[in-house]
Write a protein that binds this ligand. Structure first.
Ligand SMILES: CCCCCCCCCCCCCC(=O)SCCNC(=O)CCNC(=O)[C@H](O)C(C)(C)COP(=O)(O)OP(=O)(O)OC[C@H]1O[C@@H](n2cnc3c(N)ncnc32)[C@H](O)[C@@H]1OP(=O)(O)O
Length: 572
C-alpha cells in the first residue's frame, strides 16, 4: 500500500485517521466481515461478494463466528454473568463496564454488536468516558467502514426518521438480482402542504434565504464556516466562500425557495439547500434535485432538527412537481445506492505535513516526501488550453456522450455546462472552477477536464489557516468512446490528462488534489500518486429504488480497476 495511507481524509463526512485498514487490507477485510451472519449482503457491496456457498465461504463464516464469540467473551469478562441477558437488561451498563481498551478490542471483533449496543443506548446517552469513547469509535467505524456490507450502520429501527422516508430500507434488500427500478412513493402536487411544518419552539422561525442579497449570502457563509463538515478530530472544516456558494447554489433554474433556513431571533442557525438537476439512473432520466449544505449550529445538534429541515426541503421541492433527489454523505443512512472512496494527491506536501493532514511515513523523511510529490513545471498534452465560451457546444456534446458510460449521471443542458465549467473572468469574485480542453490539429475538441476549489479551515494550526484543495470534477475524452472501449488507451490518456491537471492545480497554488473512486478514476489514481483516504462518500437517491451502482472499490475497499465505477455524478 502507498505510504501516504495514514493521510486523514478531509472529504465530506470523513473521518478518523485510518491506517490499519490501508496498511493491512486483508485484516480490515476480515474484520469487516458481516458479523450478523444472517444477511446475504445489502446495497452496493453486494456487487462483489465472491465465494458465497463455497468451502471458502464456510471457512469465513466459521472464522466470523469465532470472532463473534470472542467479542462476547470480552463483554462477559467486563460485566460478568450471561452476556446476552446482561446486555438486554441494561445496555448502558454493558457499555460502561468496558474499559477503553476493551471497547477497542470489542469494536474490532464485533462491530455489528457494538452498533447494536450503541443503538440500544439511543438518545439517553450519559457523559461517561467509556460511552463517549465507544460512541466515537462506533461513529468512526460508521464513517470509514464498509457501510453497505452490513455492520457499520444502525439497525433499521434506530433510523427513526429515515425509516419513515421513501428510501430503500436496510433489511429489505432484494436477494434475487436486478429488479425494476422505480419511485417508491407517488404523490400529487395538490396533496403537498403549502406551508411548512410548525417549528413549535419559541424564538425559531423558517426563512427563505435570498442569496442574491450579499448580506444573506454572508450569513450562510458564516454558518457553514463555523459549523459545517469537520473531520472527527476537529482539525479541519470545509470552508465555502461566497463565490463558491454562489456557483453551487445558483446553477441554472435555481429556486429561491430551495434555500431554506431557520433563524433564532435574527441569527441564522440552520440551513439546507437544493438545486435542480436531471438525474439519469441507467436508462431512466428523472427530473430531480441535488440536496446539499445541510447544516445545524453546533449548539442545536441532537435535537432532531435535521429531519425537520429535510422534510421542509422535500416539501418545497415537491411543490415544483419534483419527487426525486440525489445527495451524498459520509455517514451511513438507509440505503446507499453506491459507496465511493476518497483519494488524495499531495501537491504541497510540506504544508499538508505541517497541518497534520499528511503524516510522514515511518520509513521516510520529509525531504523524500516533498520530492516524491513534485510535479512537472509544464503540462505535456499537445493542444491543451483553458476552456473558452466557443468550446461549450463541443464540450457539452463530448461530456454527454462520455457520461453515458456510467449508470448514475447528470444530464446537463448546454447552459448547465456553461455554468458549471466556464470560468467567467471577474476580479471581484474568487474563481470556483478550472476547466481545460484539448483541441486537435483540425480544431476538434477531443478531451476535457475540470476541477473546483474547496478550501478547508485548519482549526488547530498556528502556522496555516487553510488548505486549498482542488477536487476533480467532470472530464471526458474521445478515447473512452470507441466501440469497444480500449481500456489500455483510455488509461494512458487519462493519466496524461490528470497528470496535467496536477501541474495546473499546482500552478494555481493548490495544496492537495482530491478525487473519488468514481467514473474511470481507478485507471489513474495510483499512477498519479493519489493515496487512499479513510473516508467514504455514500451516494443516496430519495424516492427511487435503484439497483446498486459500482463505486469503484471492491469488497475490501480497494480500487476496483477491473470493473471501475458506475457513478458519473460528481457532487460538490
Ligand atoms: C424530492 C426531494 C427530496 C429532498 C430531500 C432528500 C434527502 C436529503 C437528505 C439530506 C442530505 C444532506 C446532504 C449534506 O448536506 S451532507 C453534509 C451534512 N452536514 C454536516 O455534516 C455538517 C455538520 N453537521 C451538522 O450540521 C449536523 O450534525 C447535521 C445537520 C448533519 C445533523 O444534525 P444533528 O446531528 O443535530 O441530528 P438531528 O438530531 O437533528 O437529527 C438526527 C437525524 O438526522 C439524520 N442525519 C444526520 N446527519 C444526516 C445527514 N448528513 N444526512 C441525512 N440525514 C442525517 C440522522 O440519521 C437522524 O435520523 P435517524 O437516524 O433517526 O433516522
Amino acid at each position: 500500500m502507498p505510504e501516504e495511507s495514514k493521510q486523514v481524509d478531509k472529504g465530506k463526512g470523513k473521518a478518523a485517521p485510518q491506517s490499519e485498514e490501508a496498511k493491512a487490507p486483508e485484516k480490515a477485510a476480515v474484520e469487516s466481515g458481516d458479523e450478523s451472519g444472517s444477511e446475504a449482503g445489502d446495497g452496493a457491496a453486494d456487487q462483489a461478494t465472491p465465494g458465497s456457498g463455497s468451502a471458502e465461504a464456510a471457512a469465513k463464516k466459521k472464522k466470523k463466528k469465532s470472532k463473534r464469540s470472542k467479542a462476547k467473551q470480552v463483554l462477559a469478562q467486563a460485566i460478568g454473568g450471561n452476556t446476552d441477558q446482561a446486555i438486554a437488561a441494561n445496555p448502558m451498563k454493558a457499555i460502561n463496564a468496558l474499559s477503553n481498551e476493551q471497547i477497542t478490542e470489542f469494536m474490532s471483533l464485533n462491530p455489528a454488536l457494538a452498533n447494536e449496543l450503541l443503538s440500544a443506548n439511543g438518545s439517553s446517552s450519559s457523559d461517561s468516558t467509556a460511552t463517549e469513547a465507544f460512541k466515537q469509535l462506533s461513529l468512526q467505524q460508521i464513517m470509514t467502514g464498509l457501510a453497505t456490507s452490513g455492520k457499520n450502520r444502525k439497525d433499521m429501527a434506530s433510523y427513526k426518521f429515515w425509516a419513515t422516508q421513501p428510501v430503500p430500507q436496510f433489511g429489505q434488500e432484494e436477494k434475487q438480482g436486478p429488479f425494476e427500478e422505480r419511485p417508491l412513493r407517488v404523490q400529487k402536487v395538490e396533496d403537498i402542504p403549502t406551508v411548512p411544518e410548525s417549528l413549535a419552539i419559541d424564538g425559531f422561525r423558517w426563512v427563505t434565504m435570498d442569496l442574491t442579497d450579499d448580506k444573506q449570502m454572508a450569513e450562510v457563509e458564516k454558518l457553514l464556516y463555523g459549523h459545517y463538515v469537520e473531520d472527527d478530530e476537529a482539525m479541519f472544516r470545509f470552508k465555502y466562500s461566497k463565490s463558491i456558494l454562489k456557483w453551487s447554489l445558483m446553477s441554472p433554474d435555481w429556486k429561491k425557495q430551495w434555500h431554506v433556513g431557520i433563524r433564532h431571533g435574527d441569527t441564522l442557525c440552520a440551513f439546507i439547500s437544493a438545486v435542480p438537476v436531471n438525474i439519469r439512473v441507467r436508462e431512466n432520466v428523472l427530473p430531480g434535485s441535488e440536496v446539499n449544505f445541510l447544516c445545524i449550529h453546533k449548539k442545536l445538534r441532537g435535537k432532531r432538527l435535521a429531519p425537520i429541515l429535510i422534510k421542509e426541503i422535500t416539501r418545497v421541492i415537491n411543490l415544483e412537481g419534483i419527487w426525486q433527489a440525489i445527495y451524498t454523505g459520509g455517514i451511513v443512512l438507509p440505503r446507499p445506492v453506491s459507496t465511493t472512496r476518497y483519494f488524495h494527491r499531495a501537491l504541497n506536501w510540506q504544508k499538508l505535513y505541517e497541518v497534520g493532514f499528511s503524516p510522514c511515513p515511518t520509513n521516510s523523511k520529509p525531504a523524500f516526501q516533498v520530492r516524491k510529490y513534485k510535479v512537472a513545471d509544464q503540462t505535456a498534452t499537445r493542444g491543451l488550453r483553458p476552456l473558452e465560451a466557443k468550446d461549450l457546444d463541443a464540450v457539452h456534446d463530448l461530456l454527454e456522450r462520455y457520461l453515458k458510460r456510467f449508470d448514475l449521471a447528470p444530464v446537463f443542458k448546454r447552459e448547465e455546462c456553461e455554468h458549471w465549467f466556464l470560468n467567467k473572468e471577474d476580479p471581484t469574485t474568487e474563481q470556483a472552477v478550472w476547466s481545460y480542453v484539448v483541441e486537435g490539429p483540425n480544431g476538434k475538441i477531443t478531451d476535457f477536464f475540470s476541477f473546483y476549489l474547496l478550501e478547508s479551515s485548519v482549526i488547530k494550526s498556528t502556522k496555516h489557516s487553510s488548505i486549498r484543495a482542488a477536487y476533480l470534477f467532470y472530464y471526458a475524452t474521445e478515447i473512452g468512446l470507441t466501440t469497444p472501449v480500449d481500456k489500455s488507451n483510455l488509461k494512458t490518456r487519462l493519466n496524461e490528462l490528470v497528470g496535467d491537471a496536477l501541474v495546473l492545480a499546482k500552478k494555481q497554488n493548490f495544496d492537495v488534489f482530491n478525487a473519488l473512486s468514481l467514473m474511470d478514476n481507478a485507471l489513474f489514481l495510483e499512477e498519479q500518486k493519489f493515496g487512499p483516504g479513510d473516508g467514504q462518500l455514500h451516494y443516496y437517491l430519495f424516492n427511487y429504488k435503484a439497483n446498486p451502482v459500482a463505486g469503484g472499490v471492491d469488497a475490501q475497499n480497494l480500487l476496483d480497476k477491473d470493473n471501475l465505477s458506475g457513478v458519473g455524478f460528481v457532487m460538490l
